[in-house]
Design a protein around this ligand. Structure first.
Ligand code: NAD
Ligand code: MG
Length: 389
């Protein structure tokens, strides 16, 4: 039996993971489940799976969790430190599916526990890539990419032969506004931005997909995970989201991974790895699909793409600042405080105001993250940016 912990168990990736774990009760045993404050969702999942421990990051939600789980035998805890401790408990396999840099310390704790960490929480790797990857090597942990593109690359790449790889091609759906004029994009509402054409996801990543910052973060994530430099990682818009990414080899062979746009496919790959497990997916019907389209991304309308590429090429603290400012700007957009195009403008502005030296420790990354949030927050306070483009 494989022991499993799920950090961010009540979110989109978390519930997809639970769905797979619960399909094979004889194969997996649940240790810890964590959430921010969704007591109802967390308690129900803990009872269904017979989890050892349920943790809420928001301490104010602990009394409700305690009463929901009274008499069930599931242990409870609350607070951000308790989430880190739950990750540190270690399991054979830990799903890191907390959203944002809030997931960084739990990811580090799971890595330090030395098991297999299935990584959905891309922000952790964008902010602290070198620190996380150094810890993976130091503690002998195994990091498996769950983001669908990175999981696709992982399936297609011979990691021990990077010199034979010519390019990695990351596919992007282009989000809901891929065909919109810039003037119309300026008036986008949060409800329009979270309605993704192909995938059902949490609010933050849905907005990131709409600005294409998601693909920018994924470019940085890919450069951290795989031994291929960022200038050999290309982005192609592929509106059907059937090909999840491709690897181009020096002999002209291009390997791709295809599948439905359902996160249970890459999660199942990581959960069973190095074996495979069945999922309830219908077989891919190529004839019904008929065609697959590809086009170049438009970096004028989707400014986040070049901001992210510039950040990964400059390295150091740039990716952490980009990520922190983006988290603040996306939250402000979702709260109706700024316009859609101002998200990238705030990220750009924060990057131009703050240029600390490269962080070498987790604490240094967290300090840069906090300072960048504060600078981006001031920019939000100032109100609308006149000419965000
Ligand atoms: P979500 O918003 O649906 O869920 C987030 C989870 O994190 C919830 O369980 C929530 O309770 C918890 N959480 C939120 N804030 C927290 C905090 N401060 N401390 C502790 N826990 C907290 O998000 P999601 O769509 O499941 O995405 C999770 C991560 O996976 C993100 O990093 C996202 O980029 C990545 N990802 C998601 C998808 C997808 O299809 N949803 C695909 C690829 C990658
Ligand atoms: Mg992705």
């Amino acid at each position: 039996m494989k022991t499993v912990s799920i950090l961010g168990a009540t979110g989109s990736v978390g519930t997809s993971t639970l769905d797979l774990v619960e399909r094979e009760p004889g194969r997996f045993r649940v240790r810890a489940l964590t959430a921010n404050c969704d007591v109802e969702g967390l308690a129900a999942a803990a009872i269904r799976t017979g989890a050892e421990l349920a943790v809420v990051a928001d301490e104010g939600c602990l009394p409700a969790l305690r009463s929901a789980l009274a008499g069930t035998g599931v242990e409870t805890a609350g607070g951000a430190r308790a989430v880190v401790e739950a990750a540190r408990l270690g399991a054979d396999w830990t799903m890191a599916a907390i959203v944002g840099c809030a997931g960084l310390e739990p990811v580090m704790a799971a890595v330090e526990a030395g098991g297999t960490v299935a990584l959905a929480n891309k922000e952790a790797l964008v902010s602290a890539g070198e620190v996380v990857m150094a810890a993976v090597r130091q503690y002998g942990a195994t990091l498996l990419p769950v983001d669908s593109e990175h999981n696709a690359i992982f399936q297609c790449l011979s990691v021990d032969r990077p010199h034979e790889v010519r390019r990695i091609i990351l596919t992007a759906s282009g989000g809901p506004f891929r065909d919109w004029a810039l003037d119309d994009m300026a008036r986008v509402t949060p409800a329009q931005a979270v309605a993704h054409p192909n995938w059902s996801m949490g609010a933050k990543i849905s907005v990131d997909s709409a600005t294409m910052m998601n693909k920018g973060l994924e470019l940085i994530e890919a450069a951290r995970l795989f031994p291929v430099p960022s200038d050999r990682i290309e982005i192609v818009v592929h509106r059907q989201s059937v090909i999840h990414s491709l690897v181009d080899y020096i002999d002209g062979s291009v390997l791709a991974q295809l599948g439905p746009s359902d996160m249970r496919v890459p999660i199942a790959h990581a959960l069973a790895w190095p074996d495979r497990m069945a999922t309830p997916m219908e077989p891919l019907d190529l004839v019904k699909l008929g065609r697959l389209d590809f086009e170049a991304p438009d970096e004028t309308r989707f400014r986040s793409l070049w901001l992210a590429r510039a950040a990964v090429e400059a390295g150091g603290a740039r990716p952490a600042i980009l990520n922190a400012a983006n988290e603040i700007a996306v939250a402000a957009f979702l709260a109706g405080r700024i316009g859609f195009l101002e998200i990238a403008a705030i990220v750009d502005d924060t990057l131009s105001r703050y240029d600390p030296p490269a962080p070498e420790t987790l604490d240094a990354v967290l300090a840069i993250d906090a300072e960048a949030r504060s600078i981006a927050g001031e920019r939000v306070q100032k109100g609308r940016v006149k000419d965000p483009v």
